[in-house]
Design a protein around this ligand. Structure first.
Ligand code: NAD
Ligand code: TDX
Length: 320
């Protein structure tokens, strides 16, 4: 946003949970148009004070608890951050007449598609049918956004994107997890059969779509974001192992995730037709770039692997 809109002033409010990392923002910390504030989106007092001070024109809500496996272990914080946090931000937007609120949501709110029906895709008018506590909390937030839009005329939009990958992704998500474990010659835990399908999108393509919706999207509308890039988890894992020249014998099939969604596949035709958005990074290039980034940025991920994350990581993967 700072690169594409050099006259914008941006404030990033982030709680720096286990998933947050100030080092990710290192390259923009000195930009006079950027300010970082550490805080919780569920902290009504702090949020209202910030809105009062900064008089925002627009708010984009990325903040969330985002990892499905963690939501299965302990759903509570997901409900608090993802639902109540969204409510606090929207209440502040109402109180301070913010011109635009954008909710960053996920394709997981639609539930899943059967593996054998490759003709089916998620469209914006499909019913909400979330499977995990994480996706149910995101779905609840989406419904609240639409309710605020209709009841209070909140000028809001929603985007529902498929699985992201790219630099700076926290290494609990499949792609960075596989890269780092393979580099360390550790087993790669593949849930169930490995035939579950995800629709992968390079993170900058997602961000470009959000920028477009924020500026030109129609208030009250939901936009799906995805690049028709479906892969089975096994395909993804094998691609990364090949890129790193590591043997497929590292692959270990482990117990399936509870309620594991079978297939995600986005129909992105609405955002393409209305806003002209198309992805620009194909999967082969994106994966190469991502693997290279992790190879070149050991400093960034080594601290994470050695920090608090280690407890979770060891609990999840000790026996695998
Ligand atoms: P992440 O878990 O890697 O990062 C979440 C960020 O939110 C962290 O910086 C964390 O510190 C911050 N945060 C958490 N709770 C907070 C709170 N209460 N107050 C303020 N900040 C808080 O998540 P991500 O993968 O970067 O996802 C970002 C958004 O995109 C989420 O809303 C997620 O639902 C959505 N999304 C992600 C994907 C994906 O594949 N990663 C796909 C579609 C949509
Ligand atoms: O160790 C693993 N082994 C494995 O087989 C992990 C971490 C995952 N998997 C499987 C589960 C999924 O089928 O890989 C697939 C991708 O898993 P995640 O990276 O956990 O992503 P997913 O559950 O698909 O959800 C992601 O996409 C949608 C994000 O985490 C969400 O925040 C986003 O909304």
């Amino acid at each position: 946003m700072l690169k594409n809109h050099p006259n914008y002033k941006i404030v990033c409010l982030d709680l720096l949970t286990y998933a947050g990392n100030l080092e990710t923002l290192e390259s923009i910390m000195d930009n006079p148009n950027f300010k970082f504030v550490k805080g919780d989106i569920t902290d009504r007092e702090l949020v209202f004070e910030l809105f009062e001070k900064e008089k925002f024109d627009a708010v984009v809500n990325f903040a969330a608890e985002s990892h499905v496996d963690r939501s299965i272990e302990n759903p509570e914080i997901f409900l608090k951050t993802n639902i109540l946090g969204t409510q606090v931000l929207m209440d502040a937007c109402r109180a301070f007449d913010t011109k635009r609120f954008h909710q960053v949501s996920t394709d997981e709110v639609y539930g899943d598609l059967p593996l054998e029906r490759l003709d089916l895709f998620f469209t914006e008018d499909m019913p909400i049918k979330a499977s995990s506590p994480y996706s149910a909390s995101k779905a609840a937030a989406d419904l609240l956004v639409l309710a605020y839009c209709r009841t209070y005329n909140l000028p809001a939009t929603i985007s529902r994107c498929s699985n992201n990958y790219g630099p700076y992704q926290f290494p609990e998500k499949l792609i960075p997890l596989v890269i780092l474990r393979a580099l360390d010659n550790k087993t790669i835990p593949v849930y169930g059969t490995g035939e579950n399908v995800r629709d992968w999108l390079y993170v900058e393509d997602h961000c470009r779509a959000i920028d477009l919706i924020l500026h030109d999207g129609t208030i009250g509308e939901v936009y799906n974001i995805g690049g028709h890039n479906e892969k089975t988890n096994l395909e993804v894992v094998k691609t990364i192992l090949k890129e790193l020249k590591k043997p497929e014998s590292l692959i270990t099939f482990v117990k399936d995730r509870a309620g594991h969604d079978l297939r995600y596949a986005i129909d992105p035709s609405k955002i393409h037709k209305e806003l002209g958005w198309l992805p620009t990074t194909n999967f082969d290039d994106g994966i190469k770039r991502t693997v290279q980034w992790y190879l070149a940025n050991k400093n960034w991920w080594e601290k994470i692997i050695n920090g608090e994350y280690r407890n979770y990581y060891e609990r999840m993967y000790a026996e695998k």
